[in-house]
Design a protein around this ligand. Structure first.
Ligand SMILES: Cc1ncc(COP(=O)(O)O)c(C=O)c1O
Length: 366
């Protein structure tokens, strides 16, 4: 409400405060973060700030949201997909190594569902081949790898504050960069390439002329969004604890069902617990993933799919000639995966209803 009453809802002091709060949550100086209006924008600007463009190849996961790969395409580079590990559902470093060519310039690991990628091996590959690492942390606000927050392990970390995410601004995103010069470039590009942002131009300190220093975008976050983010960040730990309880209850209560449950978080990591995904193997479960999805929706249970593998989509098949079979793990997971509700709004009795519905549907099918 105070953002509405302040008389300025555009980019201003609340965005600056959210950047300071987020930086301190990640144990960084605020000069290493920049708020933007989505993770897609964060990825796009990071790729540009990293100097990527036509002729460069960027390796990312075949099992991610389309925004990851679209950002690579929008910066002019060529996306190259690597398959995922069947247990972690994260980039398989062996397949990444196989797909490196003399044109590869960057790795774009996605911390899928909030589980940190095998960053040691990806960092080694990046060092050997002189590659930039841009982490897609859309699912991973709370994730840590060997005691370090994800997003700080590569050169850039990109976060999403979309409505379904662990921390939401409605729409929003954040870039973390190791180099302050990269953050300054990201900030400039996020507001048309202007030399001063709008808040500075219209502040009490008087009118400031601006100059267009390069051709940028309209990717700035508003104070209205930042006000939500500041509030959400202050309760991030209690929301995580709530999801941890739900996650552990699912693991116990679903253990006897013919579903593949997610692997436990890896030792030495903190999992952000963004998604709780099960695999529905028709031979074992007696029905297809889509049949289970429909049966759950008929019982008012909002299950989702994260994600059909990227090579299954016609645009990428037409443009790059991708054949889904060339990424067999992502293909199989994409056809079998189903995400069960996992949100701080869900109480034990809601979760018990979800489990009962699953038991009922699966018992009728096997
Ligand atoms: C893995 C991944 N990357 C990127 C994005 C894009 O995030 P945004 O909607 O904030 O642009 C999403 C959003 O769902 C995502 O799940």
């Amino acid at each position: 409400m105070s953002a509405l009453h302040a008389g300025w809802i555009g980019t201003g002091p609340r965005v600056q405060q959210f950047e300071r709060d987020f930086a301190s949550y990640k144990c960084l100086p605020s000069s290493q973060v920049a708020a933007v209006n989505s993770c897609t924008a964060a990825l796009h600007l990071s790729l540009i700030a990293a100097g990527l463009g036509p002729g460069d190849e960027v390796i990312t996961s075949a099992l991610t949201f389309c925004a990851t790969v679209n950002a690579i395409i929008h910066c002019g580079a060529t996306p190259v997909l690597a398959d995922v590990d069947p247990t972690t559902m994260n980039l398989d470093p062996d397949d990444v190594a196989r797909r490196i060519t003399p044109r590869t310039r960057a790795l774009l690991p996605v911390h899928f569902a909030g589980r940190p990628c095998e960053m040691d091996r990806l960092q080694r590959l990046a060092a050997e081949h002189g590659l930039t690492i841009i982490e897609d942390c859309a699912h991973a606000v709370e994730s840590e790898y060997r005691g370090r927050p994800v997003g700080t392990l590569g050169d850039f970390g990109c976060f999403s504050f979309y409505v379904t995410k662990n921390l939401t601004c409605g729409e929003g995103g954040m870039v973390i960069a190791r180099k302050e010069s990269h953050i300054q470039r990201v900030k400039r590009l996020a507001l048309h390439g202007l030399s001063h942002d709008a808040w500075q131009r219209y502040s009490d300190r008087g009118f400031k002329h601006y100059q267009v220093t390069e051709c940028g975008f309209k990717y700035n976050m508003m104070d209205l969004q930042a006000a939500l983010g500041i509030h959400q960040l202050s309760r991030i730990e209690s929301s995580w604890q709530h999801r941890l309880r739900l996650w552990n209850r699912y693991q116990k209560k679903l253990s006897a069902l013919p579903l593949v449950r997610p692997a436990e978080p890896d030792p030495g990591t903190r999992h952000a617990l963004h998604l709780y995904t099960v695999l529905v193997d028709p031979e074992r479960s007696g029905l297809s993933r889509d049949a289970l999805l429909e049966a759950l929706h008929a019982r008012n249970i909002g299950a989702g799919v994260h994600y059909l593998s990227l090579p299954e989509h016609p645009y990428y098949q037409d443009r790059y000639g991708w054949k889904p079979e060339d990424w067999p793990q992502a293909l199989r997971i994409g056809r079998q995966t189903l995400s069960l509700p996992l949100s701080p709004k869900i109480g034990d009795s809601d979760q018990d209803d979800i489990v009962s519905a699953l038991v009922e549907v699966l018992e009728a099918s096997v």
